[in-house]
Design a protein around this ligand. Structure first.
Ligand SMILES: Nc1ncnc2c1ncn2[C@@H]1O[C@H](COP(=O)(O)OP(=O)(O)OP(=O)(O)O)[C@@H](O)[C@H]1O
Length: 230
């Protein structure tokens, strides 16, 4: 269980999150939804200790998440940031192995599942990250997070700005990681169709506060109209 309680998060003196709670049971896929600027990315960044200050309860399987981002990766959190942030001058192989620095087994290796999910990456290990398409870079960022050997995968808008044929592959990969490998997933996603198909639970943010949460069946059209339409 990933358990966040009463989370406040700040950039400098600006408070972005106000008392947010998030409980994600092992094996669940929990979607974070809300308008642009609602605080979704900040919530994932806060879980990774990447904002300037975070307060509130932050536990994974009853243990403290750790005082910095590296310790949080070592504790079992794999993070795929918005915009991917792969290393353009590193090869695909090197990009994936960077994730291995935080692997709890201490082994830096490319997980077998990467070949199943993203064969293109394995067939092109010596290509530079910077020459890949946006969709391929997204796959690479997911592969890098898997090399961390995570228990919980945090994904920030993984299909944003990606060509439709690769969107399907990425959605399929996320669903497989959750349903077949039992990986717990926290997914920030604007695509409500995918959220409804893949998620067990959701949390809706508005202005840095949680305004609705629960089993995915509760993510009604009315709720979306109220909190997500501009
Ligand atoms: N580095 C930063 N410094 C100061 N304020 C920030 C920073 N990053 C984000 N914010 C502010 O925090 C608020 C929440 O932003 P955040 O990116 O978390 O929203 P979001 O829901 O993920 O939106 P989007 O869908 O556009 O990514 C916004 O008002 C934004 O301007």
């Amino acid at each position: 269980m990933l358990a966040l309680d009463d989370l406040d998060s700040f950039y400098g003196r600006s408070q972005i999150l106000h008392g947010v709670g998030l409980h994600v049971a092992q094996g669940q896929l929990h979607a974070i939804v809300g308008r642009n600027g609602a605080g979704k990315s900040t919530l994932l960044r806060s879980i990774m200790k990447l904002t300037d200050r975070v307060t509130g309860g932050q536990l994974l399987e009853g243990r403290s998440l750790g005082a910095d981002s590296y310790l949080r990766a070592r504790a079992g959190l794999g993070y795929v940031p918005q915009g991917r942030q792969i290393f353009p001058d590193f090869t695909i192989r090197e990009n994936i192995l960077v994730g291995g620095f935080a692997a709890r087994s201490g082994k830096r290796r490319i997980p077998d599942i990467v070949a199943e999910l993203f064969p293109y990456l394995i067939q092109n290990l010596d290509r530079l990250g910077g020459v890949l398409s946006g969709g391929q870079q997204q796959q690479l960022a997911i592969a890098r997070a898997l090399a961390m050997e995570p228990d919980v995968l945090l994904l920030d808008e993984p299909t944003e700005g990606i060509q439709p044929n690769i969107v399907e592959q990425i959605e399929g990969a996320i669903t497989r990681l959750n349903r077949e490998l039992g990986l717990t997933v926290v997914l920030v996603e604007q695509n409500i169709r995918f959220v409804r198909a893949a998620a067990d639970h959701f949390t809706m943010l508005e202005n840095g506060r949680s305004v609705a949460s629960g089993p995915i069946g509760g993510l009604t059209d009315d709720l979306i109209t109220k909190h997500m339409t501009v």
